[in-house]
Ligand binder design. Structure first.
Ligand SMILES: [Zn+2]
Length: 488
């Protein structure tokens, strides 16, 4: 990237021009390069990759803590595996990349580049699972998957190649499998809300929007771009659909052969990073939570006429040496003006800037500026360790509170179609009485989509909400309350 582009102050109104803000930011903050010459395939630059790795580690730690073991499965899946589960093949086949040749030889079996790994893993699960003693069986892999998206691609949000973790679990009983679906939602809450500060709601998806081959799906919806939804991890109750078609069975305690119950869960890390950028970022650029910031601290020397440049540089260098043992830290030694350096690091979302000038040098102090609040304060140099130990939590708390407040201000309710139409363009969720999230409710969902652009996201998980009134479209007695929103 030419220097003059990189150094220009970033200032785009995020609320008014979200798409421009988002795309420019991915480029200017050196997160993503879209110039690779295959459409829908991205280059993740270090600033994105470091944050993505840290997010993936959070998930792996949490999954392992709850009994999952890591594995690696092949990226290619023979066509015959795919065809075993009818609904699954129907759902995924329009999006599969196929490998048909090895060199110039036509392959005997054409091979799918995995769009998701059920059909690669469950063939092997059928070999391994024999007895109730082998259960529960909980495994995951961290990998990339490929889907030939036919809709307009959007970097990190809808790509033809993306990185995720997929967990695939097997249980003796339905009850245990359903408990796992709840646990997957708890993991999502623990990481995405509590560690990354992104609020979301979990919805039981309507039958027309569930994972292909699942009995039911819960999907997490965050809000970006003035209240449009972004789907975050979903978790699926597969019932016995796959265990029956893939021949996974076990001998239970009474000596009977039975099919086990399965679940799968798939956090996609690029989307989660996109949510962090979109939710916390401001008009000046990225605002990273401290824990996943690709660079956590930047040290900027401040030179004014007549100052002892060498002494300031030495102090910065010593500080850099000390801090890099524990943090991801940069010392900006470039010959740019301080203002240009500030823009540069603010754009990249570095949570903490430490300034060292003449005053700091002589008084053994440091000036610290927080990216999330813009607050500037001077501290005693010997207080630095303590300050840094706490500041990550404070930044996260602030980001989370701000995001929660915005999210909670975007929850609406409509009792009639007229009320709905008035709220349709406000952004956020609108709760309405509705007839059914089984296939007989689909015509009503289609009317809503056509007349307002809103989608039925599903029934809220975790809160009992009694249905009241009549379906706002067909007038039948409402069986449930559903949430509507526009997707980004
Ligand atoms: Zn209806």
């Amino acid at each position: 990237m030419p220097e003059e582009v990189a150094d220009k102050e970033f200032n785009i109104d995020k609320e008014k021009h979200f798409s421009e803000w988002y795309n420019e930011l991915l480029w200017r903050a050196e997160l993503i390069d879209q110039r690779y010459n295959v459409k829908g395939f991205l280059v993740h630059r270090p600033n994105a990759t470091i944050a993505e790795n840290l997010i993936e580690e959070m998930f792996e730690k949490e999954l392992q803590r709850r009994g999952h073991k890591p594995m690696r499965f092949p990226a290619v899946i023979p066509e015959e595996n795919f065809e075993k589960e009818a609904e699954h093949v129907e759902g995924f086949s329009p999006n599969v990349f196929w490998i048909t040749h090895g060199g110039s030889t036509k392959l005997e079996k054409k091979l799918a580049l995995r769009p998701t790994s059920e059909t690669a893993m469950y063939i092997m699960y059928a070999q391994w699972i024999r007895s109730y003693r082998d259960l529960p069986f909980k495994a995951y892999q961290r990998c990339q998957v490929w889907r030939y998206e036919t809709k307009h691609t959007r970097p990190l949000l809808r790509d033809r190649e993306f990185y995720w973790i997929e967990a695939h679990d097997v249980f003796e009983s339905k009850r245990e499998a359903e408990r796992q679906v709840i646990e997957d939602m708890e993991i999502t809450e623990e990481i995405i809300h509590n560690k990354l500060g992104i609020p979301f709601l979990y919805f039981r998806r309507p039958s027309w929007d569930k994972f292909a081959g699942a009995e039911y799906t819960f999907g997490a919806d965050a809000l970006i771009a003035s209240g449009r939804v972004l789907q975050l991890p979903s978790t699926h109750f597969l019932g016995q659909n796959f265990s029956k078609t893939f021949g996974i069975s076990f001998i239970d305690k009474d000596g009977n052969e039975r099919h086990p119950w399965q679940t799968c869960y798939g956090p996609a890390v690029g989307r989660i990073l996109a949510a962090v950028i979109a939710v916390h970022g401001d008009n000046k650029g990225c605002v990273f939570p401290f824990e996943i910031a690709p660079i956590q601290i930047v040290i900027v020397p401040i030179f004014k006429t007549g100052v002892d440049i060498d002494a300031i540089n030495t102090k910065c260098l010593m500080l850099h040496e000390k801090l890099k043992k524990e943090y991801r830290v940069e010392f900006d030694e470039s010959d740019k003006q301080p203002g240009a350096k500030f823009y540069y690091w603010e754009l990249r979302g570095v949570p903490i800037r430490i300034e060292v000038g003449e005053k700091e040098l002589h008084e053994a102090k440091l000036t610290i500026v927080r990216r999330d609040t813009g607050k500037r304060e001077m501290i005693d140099e010997k207080e630095l360790d303590k300050y840094l130990k706490n500041v990550g939590k404070e930044i996260l708390k602030n980001l989370k509170e701000k995001a929660d407040k915005d999210f909670n201000s975007r929850l609406f309710e409509a009792k009639t179609k007229e009320e709905l139409k008035k709220l349709a363009d406000k952004g956020g969720f609108i709760k309405v009485p509705f007839c059914s999230i089984d296939s007989d409710g689909k015509p009503c969902a289609d009317v809503i989509k056509e007349e307002t652009g809103l989608e039925v996201r599903g029934v809220l998980h975790g809160r009992e909400e009694a249905a009241k009134g009549k379906c706002i479209i067909c007038g039948r007695e409402a069986k449930l309350m559903v949430y509507l929103a526009k997707s980004y």
